[in-house]
Design a protein around this ligand. Structure first.
Ligand code: NAI
Length: 483
């Protein structure tokens, strides 16, 4: 045990970067190299401007970088030197071919596995960190063993449960660490080696070991359950608006039941992020492939309700504003898929903005962590439609021109007819709404897609306010939205 353990992580993204930084922080005796084929990402990891925004990340990276944490594009060298290789590459939804619109695209994973097989000269533990379909470990094992040159590989599944925006806290203090492996002596030995890494800071009773398939499926199941909670409360929010119930009161009341629990029960404009939709689609595909259409349809509904919620929001905006937003300036506050991240993958803001642009609105967007370039790219990109994989919805160049990104919320809202709050950034709670109101067109509308504003206060100022799942402003009752 005098030899220093070496870890290599393939993929320096939202998962690979923070995860390895925390391992390096907590295990000074382990050398951690994070490698990526993207030169710009690695350059950013080695600079003062890290490629991702995550509270607390910079401090951890600064403490370890150059000591026992390295970011490099020399993929081959670090793979060949490592004892344990984490694979944390992206696994997006396939957009064409077999399973398009649902199945996970394992191209990046397969190329990482082939690279490992090519350059390895000693035995390796290969850890699936990416979220992958159940049974992927079997495929990886085949690729490695058919190209093995006498080297032995152990595959482990160690899915990551961190949430963006709280990644460092989640990694420092995880609810659990899950490690799946083969039930053979070799498999058990590999599990033990990975356990020893986490045991540097995670209490032993929080490190769970299972068989490979349970570990792989647990990640998909966890995301499906989490997203299902959001779609459930969002479905309730529509009924609240129709009946005069208040979704926050309902959430509070049901969350007191210890079997339900209080967390993750906020109604909103919908869930986003790179994982929930992708992982549920993946789950649906696996169910269909296993001849379980009823199970597939059950989970499909979670995504359908999410799409419904985004549409419903757009319809509310348009209907409230006399059924047209054509030529009207609408301020969008928040574009990231949640607060404390700059990540915009699958953010509900994309669909809301596209919906409003479809009605010819002119948008002025402000987000404290997202650049104009990134917003323009997201909005002009042809979004892949999971429900109708053959149809793409191209954005016309003229509607993209209707998007203006600014660095100040007061500028975004100046002369606007309405404001849509799409991310729950804390700073939106304390804006000077009187000042904003004074500079807007009248009637002035606030559509709060995250239920963060003080409705009463805003109504006193003179705003017409829509909050998801809350008793409707009399104005909105007179302008029914047909969703
Ligand atoms: P990401 O897209 O931010 O990072 C993936 C990185 O892998 C990219 O920088 C890419 O250049 C690199 N890469 C791809 N192929 C490569 C190769 N052959 N060799 C070297 N580098 C390669 O993705 P992210 O968000 O980090 O997700 C990674 C995986 O973790 C996905 O499977 C995702 O589902 C899963 N996951 C993501 C979470 C999140 O919050 N983002 C949370 C838990 C799991």
């Amino acid at each position: 045990t005098t030899k220093m353990v070496k870890i290599c992580c393939i993929g320096a993204g939202y998962v690979g970067g923070p995860t390895m930084a925390v391992i390096a922080l907590k295990c000074p005796s382990i050398e951690v190299a994070v490698v990526d084929i993207s030169i710009s990402r690695i350059t950013a990891w080695n600079s003062d401007q890290l490629p991702i925004y995550e509270p607390g990340l910079e401090e951890v990276v600064k403490q370890c970088r150059g000591r026992n944490l390295f970011f490099s594009t020399n993929v081959e060298k670090h793979i060949s030197e490592a004892d344990i290789i984490f694979v944390s590459v992206n696994t997006p939804t396939k957009t064409r071919g077999l399973g398009a619109g649902k199945a996970a695209d394992l191209t990046y994973w397969e190329s990482a596995a082939r690279m490992i097989a090519d350059v390895s000269k000693s035995n390796k533990i290969v850890v699936e960190k990416s979220t992958v379909p159940v049974k992927t470990a079997e495929a990886i094992e085949k690729i490695l063993s058919h190209n093995s040159k006498g080297i032995s590989y152990q595959i482990l599944s160690n899915p990551e449960f961190l949430a963006e925006g709280t990644a460092i806290q989640d990694l420092l203090n995880p609810d659990r660490v899950l490690i799946g492996g083969r039930e053979t002596p070799g498999g058990q030995k590999a599990i033990k080696a990975l356990k020893d890494v986490y045991a540097h800071w995670v209490p032993e009773d929080r490190i769970i070991s299972t068989n490979l398939w349970s570990a792989e499926l647990s990640k998909l199941a966890a995301n499906a359950f989490l997203a299902q909670r959001i779609s459930s409360v969002n479905a309730m929010s529509a009924l609240c608006e129709a009946t005069g119930a208040d979704v926050s009161e309902v959430s509070h009341a049901i969350g007191k039941d210890s079997r339900i629990g209080p967390k993750f029960l906020n109604a909103s404009v919908g869930f986003g992020g790179s994982c929930f939709q992708k992982d549920i689609l993946n789950l649906i595909y696996i169910c269909e492939c296993n001849g379980l259409p009823e199970v597939a349809n059950y989970w499909k509904q979670v995504i359908k309700v999410n799409d419904y919620q985004k549409n419903r929001f757009v319809n509310r905006v348009v209907a409230s504003m006399f059924n047209t937003v054509s030529g009207k300036k609408i301020a969008i506050l928040g574009f990231a898929f949640k607060k404390d991240t700059g990540d915009t993958r699958e953010t509900p803001a994309i669909d809301v903005c596209k919906g409003l642009l479809g009605d010819k609105a002119s948008l002025s967007i402000y987000d404290p962590q997202v650049t104009g370039d990134q917003i323009q790219r997201e909005i002009s990109m042809n979004k892949f439609d999971w429900d109708h994989p053959v149809h793409l919805q191209p954005m016309s160049p003229t509607s993209v021109k209707q998007v203006n990104v600014v660095w100040d919320p007061y500028e975004a809202t100046r002369d606007a007819h309405g404001i849509c709050i799409l991310t729950e950034w804390d700073e939106f709670k304390t804006l000077d709404y009187q000042r904003i109101f004074n500079n807007m067109q009248k009637p002035a509308f606030v559509f709060d897609g995250r239920n963060i504003v003080n409705i009463e206060k805003l109504r006193e100022i003179g705003f017409i306010v829509y909050s998801i799942g809350k008793p409707l402003d009399p104005w909105l009752k007179d302008m029914p939205a047909i969703a």
